[in-house]
Write a protein that binds this ligand. Structure first.
Ligand SMILES: [Zn+2]
Length: 407
């Protein structure tokens, strides 16, 4: 129990200066402080870099849409209470977006597509709004304002298998960077006793379900098949990961959709010259940045690997006589794009080291007379203890490598 409390991301978030929640702004509306913003920025950069390298195309879309958008998508009427609306001076009603899908569909429809254009993957780290009940709001894990690492894959029916393979590879690559190696996968399929309530032909469903199950088998992870858990519009895969505490967190969702291509006329010209409907796959790997941050704060107990650490290096001059050299050292780290802080407080060295430990900074560099004379720094590693005196240039090269490799 004590351990759980230690790891609580709400407590760590405050201690490490990552985020704050203000009663005035509202519950469920965490604000990221500068250090939390660095963490978020690194996560966004990771997602953008990895997806771009696979040919995903990033877009930006507005945060509101005409009410008709969500009537067309079928969300209004079903989830009205979750979707706040506003009315402009002409009486036109706008809905605060609860999902990015319709915007991405209209982006798809902005130009004609042929079978050669597919798969087409539209990505956006898109903020959506959910009118969650205030009683359910807890730190970063459940919020009213969340940013989904969202993608919509527009594919031909014959591309489901290859798309799943690509997605599992990407998911593995990203999760492994955080040390998430054990997953539990749930495959949601139709209720075999009530096939009428699902949209799409029996043939399409049977094939898609079989492909999902086969590709997860091929992936080689633990999985269960949940009958009757599929949405009416398509089967899906949910991925839960095991954290350092042995707890499982629901992160990724991969949802096939046979219905929205009909609602939004998402077509492509096939090699037969005729129009066909795409299959849409809705995917989020982190789920949301807020939730993922909450999960990894607890998973790492606030001690992030170097590449994610808001402060990567802290320089601790023992006395005032060492400030000038310490400042030179700091500038070298800054030039190397390593996030560095200089502690020029009046505290004793022991206290400065303890503070750096409390702040969970990966590397503290001690500078005293000897270090100034030898043009070196003494390295205190958060994870490996005292590493002795090292030259600044060599240390910078080592850390740059550690950051690049996301070790
Ligand atoms: Zn979607």
């Amino acid at each position: 129990m004590a351990e759980m409390e230690q790891n609580d991301h709400r407590k760590l978030g405050q201690e490490l200066g990552l985020f704050t929640i203000s009663d005035l702004i509202g519950k469920g509306l965490p604000m990221l402080l500068p250090k939390g913003a660095i963490l978020r920025g690194e996560l966004e950069k990771l997602i953008i870099d990895e997806k771009k390298s696979l040919g995903y195309q990033f877009v930006y879309s507005p945060h509101i849409a005409r009410k008709e958008t969500y009537i067309k998508s079928g969300h209004l009427g079903r989830y009205d209470a979750m979707m706040p609306t506003m009315t402009d001076e002409n009486g036109d009603e706008f809905v605060l977006k609860a999902m990015n899908c319709p915007h991405h569909f209209e982006i798809y429809n902005s130009s004609p597509k042929s079978y050669r254009d597919l798969p087409l993957r539209i990505a956006e780290n898109g903020t959506v709004y959910r009118n969650e009940k205030s009683g359910e709001l807890a730190g970063l894990l459940r919020v009213k304002n969340l940013t989904v690492d969202d993608t919509h894959h527009f594919i031909r029916p014959d591309q489901i298998e290859s798309e799943m393979e690509m997605l599992f590879k990407l998911t593995d690559k990203i999760y492994n960077l955080f040390g998430f190696k054990e997953y539990k996968v749930e495959i949601s399929i139709r209720d075999p006793k009530d096939k009428e309530k699902y949209f799409g032909s029996d043939e399409v469903w049977e094939r898609a379900e079989k492909i999902l199950i086969d590709s997860v088998k091929k992936w080689g992870v633990d999985y269960t098949v949940e009958e009757g858990e599929a949405a009416f519009y398509g089967p899906k895969i949910d991925i839960r990961v095991k954290d350092s505490q042995g707890r499982f967190w629901q992160l990724a969702t991969i949802q096939l959709d046979f219905n929205q291509p009909e609602n939004f006329d998402l077509n492509y010209v096939g090699d037969d010259g005729k129009l066909h409907k795409v299959v849409v796959v809705h995917v989020a790997i982190f789920g949301s940045f807020e939730r993922f941050m909450g999960v990894i704060i607890e998973h790492y107990n606030g001690a992030f690997p170097l590449w994610l650490s808001p402060v990567q290096v802290k320089i601790l001059p023992i006395g005032e006589g060492h400030f000038a050299y310490a400042t030179q050292v700091m500038d070298k780290f800054k030039t190397a794009n390593i996030r560095v802080e200089l502690d020029i407080s009046d505290e004793t060295l022991g206290k400065k080291i303890r503070n750096a430990k409390t702040e969970k900074v990966p590397y503290a560099l001690v500078i005293g007379d000897k270090e100034v004379a030898d043009k070196k720094v003494t390295v205190e590693s958060r994870d490996n203890g005292n590493l002795g005196a090292q030259s600044v240039e060599e240390l910078i090269e080592k850390l740059k490598e550690e950051i690049k490799e996301k070790k």
